[in-house]
Design a protein. Structure first.
Length: 523
């Protein structure tokens, strides 16, 4: 039996465990041949010990060395794109092109290169110099970062290549990546390129390490280990909150991305004469990657009336016409089934779909549900449950007061979208509901669907609980995402020669912005 090795302390070696698992091709339901180890604590201990040594060495390295690694890694991913994309498509059922090769892989390398530039430029460290008092501070590396990658983006959010990884490394930290069990071979191939880039650029051997899986108990033990600086997790609310409790007890910062229903609101004027176009936009967003985006719209709020019914009819027709895409796993299919059943049990009416597709692999019919605003208000907790997959619910709302009541009860979300009339007919309603929605979402959109998340310095891919564990941080957007993996260090009366280079009177990096006696200056 072939069992894949793990990456510890700069080398590939066998795990100290006999327990293994296999990935599955979700398009066929067939198990793939390679076995991957479920590491015991001895492997975790080795990774932690190596990360501590690497962290100490990383603090002494110039930022240019870290930037060189990130740039080299991006180039290596591009050189190995064919094998990486093939593995990711096999393990997730996502199309090799355009989704993986032409969209997600370039996004991944773009993130790495943006992180490299931020590390090289150093302004993200927000150095503050109070010269009269000789008090100085900056954002310094927080310590080894543990990254739990999600199931739905095997490249751009992978624990060994995604945004959390790039941000943690660029901030000067060692990373222990915990692969997602749905795409272990993809993660192994990425880790190979990361290891070789680390060797090429002379990074410490424990800078980049990877485990495929650990037991639940060892996962909880890992996040609370005193050697960990911070933890990043993307996944279910139940798993995230269990891990966060362990991290909180140990005083460790943990950044969670969990559940979000991403409400899309159609005000009355937006629909008139545009029902078919907006139905296509909505269906495209809801069904992209079988609805397995963290920003997929799960809740549609629309003013009741003829236009709302026309929109519903058009969306239902598109849902019937389009072939359901594979879900990522059997567990995902079962959770989708349970979620739809729960919404129906809480009062939602099934309009389209609502059953498994009896074909090879894991597929569920494109599913559309509806409810009235009154029904939503009577069971708001149950009817705003996230259903991760190709299902969404439309709520018809009677008036602006009902809109306001619904938004007042809404949980935190990553995104919220409002479509309105382009000539101002909806402005009065918009002005009443926007402040309510604004407080419930990290990113507010106008007249566009939320599924696109640009890798921009201005992006907020976060939001109020339960979308994330802290609304003040983002997991997408360099350099803001790097600040999650930093600690504010202050030096009071410390002699010039003992200060970190960025806090000395004369700075070697002419590109770095610093605040000196209240004024931001460069060089």
């Amino acid at each position: 039996m072939e069992t894949a090795p793990i990456l510890i302390d700069g080398r590939w070696r066998e795990a100290k465990s006999e327990s293994t698992f296999q990935a599955t091709n979700p398009a066929t339901g067939e198990r793939l041949s390679t076995h991957y180890p479920v590491s015991e604590w001895a492997d975790c201990e080795d990774a932690l010990s190596s990360a501590v040594i690497a962290q100490k060495q990383l603090r002494e390295l110039p930022s240019e060395r870290i930037a060189a690694f990130l740039s080299a890694y991006a180039g290596r991913i591009e050189s190995a794109a064919a094998s990486i994309v093939a593995a990711a498509s096999l393990e997730t059922g996502l199309p090799a092109t355009p989704r993986l090769r032409d969209v997600e892989l370039p996004r991944t390398t773009n993130q790495l290169r943006q992180a490299a530039e931020a590390a090289r430029e150093e302004s993200w460290k927000q150095a503050m110099l109070d010269l009269p008092r000789n008090i100085r501070s900056f954002l310094a590396p927080i310590g080894p970062v543990l990254v739990f990658g999600p199931n739905n983006f095997p490249l751009a959010f992978n624990g060994i290549s995604g945004g959390d990884f790039a941000a943690a490394i660029a901030a000067g930290n060692a990373v222990i990546a915990k692969a997602h069990p749905l795409h272990p071979e993809t993660t192994r191939l990425l880790a190979e390129q990361a290891q070789m880039a680390a060797i090429e650029t002379g990074l410490p051997t424990g800078t980049v390490q990877m485990l495929y899986a650990v037991s639940n108990d060892d996962g909880l033990r890992l996040v609370g280990d005193p050697r960990i600086g911070a933890v990043a997790f993307t996944g279910s609310r139940a798993a995230g909150l269990r891990l966060k409790r362990a991290a909180d007890e140990a005083g460790k910062p943990m950044y969670l991305e969990m559940s979000s229903i991403n409400p899309v609101i159609f005000l009355p004027g937006s629909l008139v004469g545009s029902e078919d176009r907006l139905a296509r936009e909505l269906a495209d967003s809801c069904l992209a990657a079988a609805g397995q985006f963290c920003t997929s719209p799960n809740l549609i709020l629309v003013w009741e009336g003829r236009s709302a019914e026309a929109l519903l009819e058009a969306v239902a027709a598109i849902f019937h016409e389009r072939t359901p895409q594979p879900l990522l796993s059997l567990a995902g299919l079962q959770q989708l089934e349970a979620g739809v059943a729960s919404l129906i049990g809480a009062g939602a009416q099934l309009i389209a779909g609502g059953q498994r597709i009896e074909e090879p692999g894991y597929r569920y019919a494109n599913t559309l549900l509806r409810a009235t605003g009154k029904e939503f208000l009577a069971a708001s907790d149950a009817l705003q449950r996230e259903v991760f997959g190709n299902a969404t619910m439309v709520v018809t709302v009677a008036d602006v007061s009902e809109f306001e009541a619904i938004l007042a009860l809404m949980e935190g979300n990553l995104t919220g979208s409002i479509y309105s009339d382009g000539f101002g007919a909806d402005d009065e309603i918009y002005d009443r509901i926007e402040p309510l929605l604004r407080r419930k979402v990290g990113r507010l959109l106008n007249d566009k669907m939320p599924t696109g998340v640009a890798v921009s310095a201005a992006m907020q891919h976060g939001g109020p609980f339960p979308a994330t564990s802290h609304p003040g941080f983002t997991s997408v957007g360099i350099p803001a995402s790097m600040k999650r993996f930093a600690a504010l260090e202050c030096y009071d009366g410390v002699r010039e020669g003992r200060l970190p280079a960025i806090l000395r009177d004369a700075i070697a990096n002419p590109r770095t912005w610093r605040s000196i006696d209240g004024a931001w200056v460069r060089g």
